[in-house]
Design a protein around this ligand. Structure first.
Ligand SMILES: O=C(O)CCC(=O)C(=O)O
Ligand SMILES: [Fe+2]
Length: 220
């Protein structure tokens, strides 16, 4: 018998992951976090203790409502000069924290499960959403190589993920993402417009009153 998830080799922890192929090249792995919760949360805390959450400015001069931090060789930033990846935190001039091995390994395993073996992310953007915060429809297109997928992990209070198409306008699906859910999108879905609806207030034992999202990217 072929067990789709046996490749991970971590036994019972991965057995309850439920897979939904929701668009070509796009896979929802519900409960993907499985037994990695403590290790992943500890790694996120370690990173954000080194490089604080901040609200960056869009090129148009608006302050983003989402607070962000990053780890890995490259971190995504935005300011009046535009969107781009840089090697150092612009607030301190210090290189972004190294991506903890547990995060890199987790993202690689999730990508493999979704059908993208060999994913080697060099960037992890950490988004923090408080109640009312949203992320408008956008494409992730500042990365160098669109053959590599995006791997996204949701932590804490649930959010509605907006999934559009390859054009900015058109029908948008709404997919509720809960604590521990993972979305992987690549191939024909790599440049799909997506976003997050305004977060409903809530609390979660893992994060308190916020949602934390990690997106792993091959940026350089
Ligand atoms: O918070 C999310 O689930 C999506 C985040 C996202 O699309 C991004 O950071 O580019
Ligand atoms: Fe995105």
């Amino acid at each position: 018998m072929t067990d789709l998830f046996s490749a991970l080799g971590d036994g019972a922890g991965s057995m309850n992951i439920r897979r939904e192929d929701f668009a070509p090249g796009a896979v929802l792995l519900r409960g993907g976090l499985a037994d990695q919760q403590e290790a992943v949360l500890a790694a996120v805390r370690a990173v954000t203790a080194q490089t604080a959450f901040r609200r960056m400015q869009t090129p148009g001069g608006q302050s983003m409502s989402v607070a962000t931090s990053s780890c890995g060789a490259l971190g995504w930033v935005t300011d009046r000069k535009g969107y781009r990846y840089v090697a150092a935190d612009p607030q301190t001039g210090i290189p972004w924290p190294v991506m903890p091995g547990v995060l890199h390994g987790f993202a690689r395993a999730m990508a493999e499960m979704a059908g993208y073996p060999g994913f080697d992310p060099d960037s992890c953007l950490i988004n923090r959403y408080a109640a009312g915060v949203k992320m408008g429809l956008h494409q992730d297109r500042d990365e160098a190589d669109f053959t590599q997928p995006i791997v996204s992990l949701s932590l804490g209070i649930p959010a509605v993920f907006l999934w559009g198409g390859l054009a900015r306008t058109g029908p948008v699906r709404r997919i509720t993402l809960s604590h521990g859910d993972v979305v992987v999108w690549g191939g024909p879905s790599r440049l799909v417009f997506h976003g997050i609806a305004p977060l409903k207030p809530g609390t979660h034992p893992a994060t308190g009153e916020v949602r934390i999202n990690l997106t792993f990217r091959r940026a350089g």
